[in-house]
Design a protein around this ligand. Structure first.
Ligand SMILES: Nc1ncnc2c1ncn2[C@@H]1O[C@H](COP(=O)(O)OP(=O)(O)OP(=O)(O)O)[C@@H](O)[C@H]1O
Ligand SMILES: [Mg+2]
Length: 310
């Protein structure tokens, strides 16, 4: 299959309210005999200092999106501005600088985060761009304390649990004090208690350092503990959930996701919305047509067959 791109984002300008702004982002992966449309016109804005989660089924484009922000992969079309820079236009030296200073990455796979033959404190120093050894050691020690791992600073990868390895991975990602921390399934291979602890570390970093944190996760339990959850379906945002009112107080009192978040369905730039499959099934919509009516300031969506029944 060949996808054609219509890119109407030429006139989009940077909005200074956002640290991340993406407009109509498209990513096509071309393999030998096929093309995969991993992102199909994703629009998203993220404010500085947000702690948010991205959820969605396997293959929906979550990692693709994170990799774009991380400067690890290039969009096929659309615009992506991060921290006032146009990522589309960034090349060579400036891209390397961006990856070192602006973003930090935590991967699900621990082997990708850590060097097995180095101990914890040495691992944290690897990406550091400070020139003096003394500064590196001091910063690494600070970060070990921040993630609660100072007592294991001389342990190597094999001597740490999965959760401990992830905490070191977070410290590594923070080595150069990035503005944005990207975490792809950071709790994918740890138990619930450890996942909770890791999320606490993220919340603490978000509170104290004001780092913007984006966590990709399958775990709705984890997602409910952040202020905004964006759900991606087929490479586009399908819905967003925002924490209601006094979030911390409610968190203490309530336990279900619905109690503490409002759910919104997202309209894209062209006014299109994606209706969740389960709602369509409940309505009995099994083809690609629905009827729209405007009744009492409300838009009503009905199955197309409704009229035939009248
Ligand atoms: N390098 C690649 N080459 C070809 N296709 C790819 C590549 N990377 C991802 N894809 C495809 O793009 C789509 C989105 O993949 P992506 O990894 O972003 O999904 P995901 O939401 O992170 O899934 P998961 O929850 O399983 O990690 C999938 O159909 C995937 O097969
Ligand atoms: Mg993924």
């Amino acid at each position: 299959m060949v996808f054609s791109l219509s890119d109407n984002t030429n006139n989009v300008t940077i909005d200074s309210r956002y640290i991340i702004q993406c407009d109509n982002l498209v990513k096509i992966y071309k393999t030998k005999d096929s093309e995969v449309l991993a992102l199909q016109g994703l629009d998203m804005t993220i404010e500085p200092g947000e702690l948010m989660a991205i959820v969605g089924k396997s293959g929906s484009g979550k990692s693709t999106f994170l990799n774009m922000i991380g400067g690890l992969d290039r969009p096929s079309a659309g615009r992506l501005f991060v921290d006032g820079k146009d990522l589309f236009k960034m090349t060579g030296k400036s891209l390397i600088e961006y990856k070192k200073r602006t973003v930090g990455f935590v991967w699900q796979n621990n082997a990708r985060n850590l060097f097995p033959y180095l101990n914890s404190i040495q691992n944290i120093q690897v990406p550091m761009i400070f020139t003096s050894e003394k500064k590196k050691r001091e910063r690494a020690q600070q970060l070990l304390e921040l993630v609660g791992m100072a007592h294991k600073k001389y342990n190597r990868l094999g001597e740490l649990s999965g959760g401990e390895q992830q905490r070191i991975a977070i410290a590594i990602a923070l080595a150069n004090n990035p503005k944005i921390l990207l975490a792809d399934e950071p709790t994918g291979s740890v138990d619930k208690k450890t996942a909770d602890y890791i999320l606490d570390v993220f919340r603490e970093l978000n509170n104290t350092l004001k780092t913007t944190i984006i966590i990709v996760t399958h775990d709705m339990n984890l997602a409910k503990k952040v202020n905004r959850v964006v759900s991606i379906q087929d490479g586009k945002i399908s819905s967003e959930m925002h924490a209601k009112g006094d979030y911390k107080k409610r968190m203490a009192e309530l336990s279900t996701f619905e109690d503490i978040h409002d759910e919104f369905t997202i309209l894209d730039r062209a006014g299109r919305l994606q209706i969740p499959r389960e709602l369509l099934d409940r309505m009995g919509v099994h083809d690609n047509k629905v009827r729209l009516e405007y009744v009492n300031d409300t838009i009503v969506i009905k199955p197309a067959r409704d009229k035939e029944a009248i």
